[in-house]
Each structure stands twice: as C-alpha cells, then as structure tokens.
Design a protein around this ligand. Structure first.
Ligand code: NDP
Ligand code: F7E
Length: 349
C-alpha cells in the first residue's frame, strides 16, 4: 500500500477498527477515510453504494460488524445474522463494483465446528456442525469468507479473509451482559473490589447511578457482591486471547505484504479455505482467566461458577502455522495485556 493510498476503515471506533486506525497512522498512512455508524449505516444498501461511488477507496478494512459475547449472540440471533450479512454483502459487493484493490474481511474462529480437532486448521471449515449459541453469527461470517473467495475466483478481486480468535484491548465493550468474557470479568471483579473496600462513590460513578442500594441490587443480578463474583458456566471452557493492537498489526501486515493468491496452495484442484487464522496458538481455561484477572485487580473474594449459564464451545484454539509462515506472530502475552487493559479501563471508564 502506498502511504497516500485511500484507505477506508469500516468500524474505526470499535475495538479492532480503532487499533487499525492507530497502526496505520503510526506507519505514516495519511489518506484514511472513516464514517461513524450514525454517518453511514452499513446495513443500508443505497447509502453504502453512494458512499463507495463518491469516495472510491483503494483499500478497505472491514472491521464493522454486530459483535457481542455468548449471551448477546444467543439472544439477539436475528440481529446478528441480519446485520452482519447486510454489512458484509454491501461492503464486499461495493468494493468489487468500485474496483477496490484489496479488502480485508474480519471473520471469527467461531466459523469452525463445535467439536473441531484442536488446534483448528483453516481446512476444518464446513466439516461438521457449529456451536449453537453463536450459530447465526458464525453462518454470516462463513458467508463472508465464501463471498470474498467467490468474488476472487469469478472476478479476479483481491479480498482476503482473516479469522481472529477472541480479542481484547482499549475501546472494548465493557457491558456487564452483552460483552465478551475478558472485559466483562475485568469490570465485574473491579466493581466487587470497590464494594469490598466500601468505595461507593466510585461504584456510583462507574454505573452512573445515584444510590448505592440501587447499585448493589443491580450488581446482584450479575452475581457481583463485596464477597464474590459470578462466572458464567463451569469455568472449564478454554479460550485464546489476542491483544487488539496485535490483531491490528496482523491485519495491516497482511494488507501490506500478502495477496489473495498467497492464501491458498497452488496446484490444488479446488481453491478452498483461503482464509487465515489470527491468534497466539495458546489458550487458558475461563477459571484460569478469572483467577488472573482477580489477581491483577487485587480482589480478595470468591469466584462462583454458575452452570445455569452456557459454556459455549469447550475449546477453540487456532492453528496459526499459516499466519506464522506468512511472516507474522503476536507480541503481547495475556497477563501483560490484562494489566494494560485494566489500566486503560481505570483511566477511560
Ligand atoms: N471482539 C472479539 O473478540 C472478536 C471480534 N471479531 C470480529 O472483528 C471485527 C471487529 O470487532 P470489534 O472491534 O470487536 O467490534 P466492536 O463492536 O468493538 O466494533 C464494531 C464497529 O462496527 C460498527 N458498526 C456496527 N454496525 C454498524 C453498522 N450497521 N453501520 C456502521 N457501522 C457499524 C460499530 O459502530 P457502533 O459502535 O457505533 O455501532 C463499531 O465501530 C468484527 O468483524 C468482529 O466480528 C472476531 C473475533 C473476535
Ligand atoms: C469472540 C467470540 O465470542 C463469542 O463466543 P465466546 O468465546 O463463547 O464468548 P464469550 O467471551 O462471551 O464467553 C467465553 C466463555 O466465558 C464464559 N464467561 C464466564 N463469565 C462470563 C461473563 O461474565 N461474560 C461473558 N461474556 N462470558 C463469560 C462464557 O460462558 C464462555 O464459556 C461468540 O459468540 C462470538 O462472538 C465470537 O466470535
């Protein structure tokens, strides 16, 4: 990518999009275009078409999506499939129509079968049934991969799909119900610590309420008290966590150095599994994650496992050999990342 190339980041205020924006700026890219959700609803086909034909971006990072944790995915199933399919259909098709040189589509490792062999290789896509809690989201993401692959094969476009593992970092969603596990547990354990130390003003400020009884009742509904914090599920599922800035760096690396043709092996009869896993190749159990967060925050109470809540997939460790062979590997280890994002939360909440 030329440093003056016109680059559109869809979703530039989100966890990954904001990190991609910082990464590109730090590398001297000067012609980056963005639109907030309010300025351009990517679900709207006409508006997306007008935007692309007016702006004619040369490169597109597609980091806008309807995103959430296990409960949000399970409850808002229709929104997850509809909005994600619409956003990616509109952006990918308009990128083709307007001759975008390269597009990077962000999927997710939930595209792999629920009981896939571990670690999960790109070729395990579509070999068995999916995890039910996030099936609509996963199906939208699979459609996105196949859309990029199909446009490349039929029209000669250069659209690359990357499948990130679970991500975390600055600008994450810290909602107590709808977020992913890592930000959710940071906020829940932090609030429990504040209660245990009678730091009520800070609890009220965090929750933006006036009354401590109201705050404690609300937190009780999430199993947060001065003595304990509820962890959803058995604590046994394992997850792999990648620092968002590492994720952004991998995205920019692939845009700068790789083309669609690098993502498949030459000489095969059918061109399949052209996407690339992005992760660390290391995972921890949810119990271990919760204990690390508890230690970083300095909460002395108990962790209580609520098995009425879903575990989801028991394990989804990525095989990152394809990514590593393309020349990229992660830099931030989990404990350091948790410390950094906790500091970020304390300053920015
Ligand atoms: N976070 C994770 O752990 C993982 C994320 N991914 C994928 O990575 C990508 C980025 O995720 P992440 O950064 O976490 O998500 P975020 O929720 O942090 O950010 C998503 C961004 O997309 C924007 N957006 C959503 N809907 C629309 C719309 N209709 N029109 C315009 N903009 C919209 C949001 O704007 P607004 O907030 O204003 O709605 C937001 O800026 C997604 O494709 C996601 O599926 C994959 C695996 C794991
Ligand atoms: C990135 C990925 O994210 C989603 O999948 P997920 O990995 O299952 O997401 P999660 O982060 O919400 O949960 C991970 C594990 O952690 C447990 N857990 C404990 N306590 C809390 C808790 O307080 N909040 C949450 N959210 N989970 C908790 C939870 O029960 C589960 O066992 C996909 O839907 C899809 O969006 C996707 O691609």
């Amino acid at each position: 990518m030329d440093k003056n190339a016109k680059i559109y980041i869809a979703g530039h205020r989100g966890l990954v999009g904001s990190a991609i924006l910082d990464n590109l700026r730090s590398k001297g890219y000067s012609n980056i275009i963005t639109r907030t959700h309010k300025e351009l609803d990517l679900v709207n086909q006409t508006d997306v078409a007008k935007f692309f034909s007016a702006e004619k971006p040369e490169y597109v990072f597609l980091a806008a999506a309807k995103v959430g944790g296990i409960i949000a995915n399970n409850v808002y199933r229709a929104d997850f499939i509809y909005e994600n399919m619409m956003i990616q259909n509109n952006v990918i098709h308009q990128s083709y129509q307007n001759k975008v040189k390269k597009l990077l589509f962000l999927g997710s490792t939930c595209i792999y079968p629920k009981n896939a062999p571990q670690p999960m290789k790109e070729e395990y896509l579509l070999t068995d049934t999916l995890e039910y809690t996030n099936e609509p989201y996963a199906i939208a993401k699979i459609a996105g991969i196949k859309m990029c692959e199909s446009y490349n094969l039929q029209y000669g476009s250069n659209f690359i799909s990357v499948m990130p593992t679970n991500l975390y970092g600055p600008n994450d969603n810290f909602d107590l119900e709808k977020s992913h596990v890592l930000p959710a547990l940071i906020r829940k354990i932090y609030l429990a610590k504040l209660l245990s130390e009678s730091r009520y003003e800070e609890v009220l400020k965090d929750l933006q309420v006036d009354n401590i009884d109201e705050a404690e009742n609300y937190l009780n509904t999430f199993g947060v008290s001065k003595n304990s914090v509820e962890i959803w599920g058995s604590g046994k599922p394992k997850r792999e966590f990648l620092w968002s800035k590492d994720m952004a760096d991998a995205c920019v690396f692939i845009m700068e150095n790789r083309d669609f043709k690098d993502t498949y092996e030459n000489g095969k009869k059918e061109i399949r599994n052209t996407h690339i896993n992005i992760g660390t190749g290391k995972d921890v159990s949810i119990k271990e994650l919760a204990e690390t967060i508890k230690q970083v925050i300095g909460f002395k109470g108990n962790l209580v496992f609520n098995t009425d809540k879903p575990d989801g997939t028991m394990r989804k460790l990525t095989d990152v050999s394809k990514l590593n062979s393309l020349g990229w590997r992660h830099t931030v280890e989990l404990e350091k990342g948790i410390e950094t994002v906790y500091d970020w939360y304390l300053t920015n909440k």
